[in-house]
Design a protein around this ligand. Structure first.
Ligand code: ADP
Length: 540
């Protein structure tokens, strides 16, 4: 229609009269339809379906519906039956700016229009039929690719969720989805690294706490147990099920509960010593302190087991008491005899007798002091081992020779048996001599006259066993482990006058210095039996 209007503008000056009708014919041919050119007064001045002379017989077209619309300056389109061409037509009229032509009307038979619409529809259908499979194919392909990538990202995300944060092996493409996946990956890796660091820190803290000998217990601000390490579980007799419960319900010890209550109130109470658990012989020091608000608030309780400290304290006190007692006995005797000599001077025999007693007590004091000094040196590690390969039989012989006067006086019988493979042992010879001498001296001293004393040495799976036994009265079973304690004597009445009560303590010290053990038993046929076990190899 635009072309028609333009055509009308172009020819408005050049065509007049019959030429107008011819122009209508020419235009009609170009569009394969009917063209009617109408004057402003409604006369038809050109029509492709009517020859020039007959134009005058045509009705005035001003009232044709399409022309009426065109008269209002719009495009008039109307369908109707044409009495001129005797067919259903589609009319379209537009106003024209030409002195002779006011309206240009185009008419197409409806069959032509329908045919053209059908042709266009068919062409569109064909185009759709050709394009649709390709479009569907392309859409399917691209959605399949996209869905595969989305699934790969989702599966990586699921894996991350399950805790496996290894980076996927494939690379993401360089598009928006790839960018999103890369950002997701980077943040997961970062989170993973932090989670690993946290887990490592936590494991380290748990290892430290569970390895601590001190008991540690933490309660939160609400007074619920947050942490109880293994030592605290054992000391307070609670287990892991106590976690999350109120300390007042779980901890049965009122002193500890009171300390925690004070700490939850923001104050630190002084350390408190208390017995704990079923075994009241154990002593603990408890100290509770508030946890700063920055640390989450609450309170922390630390329990130190000071049982060994207290025991060592007691041993030291007993030791001092024993030493004083052991020294006082001979001192009192010496003083008494000295005073007697001063107060009542008597004959030479009497004096000699008193002086012998004084000398014996002085000797006892000297031995006591010597043994005490030796124990002090051993305690302070001031007697280093000097290991050489020693002939055990030789040491046995030396000891027996040294003690021959006592053995002979009691008419005792000594037997020595050294197995060939136990003949040479890596030991400190002086110390082994002292060990054996102490044991043999005891055997001789605590056994009656004509008793037998046995010295044996044999090899037993990497160790050398030295056994000193006798046919004497033996040791009551309850005292077998205690005889190695300092100043421990089975029977004070039976204690030999020369003994210090320190001999076996020194023996145990010297044996342990060699990495060995010593034990006391009674022989199957009575008599005491001491077994010293020493490593057969220097580095065993
Ligand atoms: P002591 O100087 O009193 O002998 P020891 O430490 O050598 O001190 O011995 C501790 C205690 O062990 C002795 O007092 C004694 O009661 C007991 N004892 C040691 N050896 C024997 C033994 N062979 N037979 C019986 N009792 C023994």
């Amino acid at each position: 229609m635009g072309a028609t209007r333009r055509g009308a503008d172009v020819h408005r000056t050049a065509i007049t009269g019959l030429a107008i009708d011819a122009e209508a014919d020419r235009l009609a041919q170009a569009i394969d339809g009917r063209i009617t050119l109408v004057h402003a007064d409604g006369r038809v001045v050109g029509d492709s379906s009517v020859d020039g002379p007959e134009l005058a017989s045509l009705d005035n077209h001003l009232e044709r519906p399409e022309v009426r619309i065109a008269r209002e300056g719009q495009v008039g389109v109307v369908e109707r039956y044409s009495t001129t061409v005797l067919a259903d037509m589609l009319y379209a009229a537009v106003p024209a700016r030409h002195p002779e032509i006011a309206y240009v009307r185009v008419a197409l038979p409806l069959t032509t229009v329908t045919r053209q619409v059908t042709r266009i529809g068919a062409a569109a259908l064909l185009a759709f039929a050709l394009a649709a499979p390709v479009a569907i194919g392309l859409a399917w392909l691209s959605s399949a690719l996209l869905s595969r990538r989305v699934q790969a990202i989702a599966s990586a995300a699921r894996r991350y969720g399950a805790g496996d944060i290894r980076r996927p092996s494939h690379d993401y493409a360089n598009d928006e989805l790839g960018d999103v996946a890369r950002v997701l990956d980077a943040s997961v890796q970062d989170l993973g690294r932090r989670a690993e660091e946290l887990a490592r820190d936590r494991a380290q803290m748990e290892a430290i706490l569970s390895g601590m000998v001190e008991g540690v217990l933490i309660v939160n601000r609400q007074g619920r147990l947050q942490l109880v390490n293994r030592a605290a579980e054992e000391m307070l007799n609670v287990d892991a099920s106590a976690l999350g419960r109120l300390y007042l319900e779980v901890i049965r010890h009122p002193d500890i509960s009171a300390q925690l209550t004070t700490a939850l109130g923001g104050e630190t109470s002084p350390p408190h010593e208390l017995p704990l658990g079923r075994d009241a012989s154990r002593s603990f020091v408890a100290r509770a302190a508030p946890v700063s608000l920055a640390g989450g608030g609450g309170a922390i309780l630390v329990l130190h087991d000071i049982t060994d400290l207290r025991r060592a304290d007691q041993v030291r006190r007993d030791f001092v008491a024993n030493v004083s007692h052991e020294l006082r006995t001979p001192l009192t005797a010496i003083r008494g005899y000295v005073e007697a000599l001063i107060d009542e001077p008597s004959d030479a025999d009497h004096t000699r007798h008193f002086l012998d007693i004084i000398a014996r007590h002085a000797g006892r004091m000297e031995r006591l002091v010597t043994d005490l000094l030796r124990l002090a040196r051993l305690d302070a590690n001031q007697e280093p081992l000097e290991i050489t390969n020693c002939d055990i039989e030789r040491i046995f012989r030396t000891v027996v020779t040294d003690l021959t006067p006592s053995i002979a006086a009691k008419e005792q019988h000594v037997t020595m048996v050294v197995a060939p493979e136990a003949g040479v042992v890596p030991v400190d010879p002086t110390k082994l001599h002292d060990i054996i001498r102490n044991l043999v001296e005891n055997a001789v001293n605590y056994s009656p006259e004509r008793a037998s004393v046995y010295l044996e040495a044999h090899h037993r799976s990497g160790w050398v066993e030295i056994v000193v036994s006798d046919s004497g009265p033996g040791i009551p079973p309850a005292d077998l482990t205690r005889v190695f304690e300092r100043f421990y004597r089975v029977d004070k009445a039976r204690a030999r006058p020369g003994g210090t009560g320190l001999g076996l303590a020194i023996v145990r010290h010297l044996v342990e210095l060699h990495g060995g053990t010593v034990k006391a038993e009674n022989g199957a046929e009575g008599g005491a039996r001491f077994t010293v076990t020493l490593p057969a190899q220097p580095d065993a």
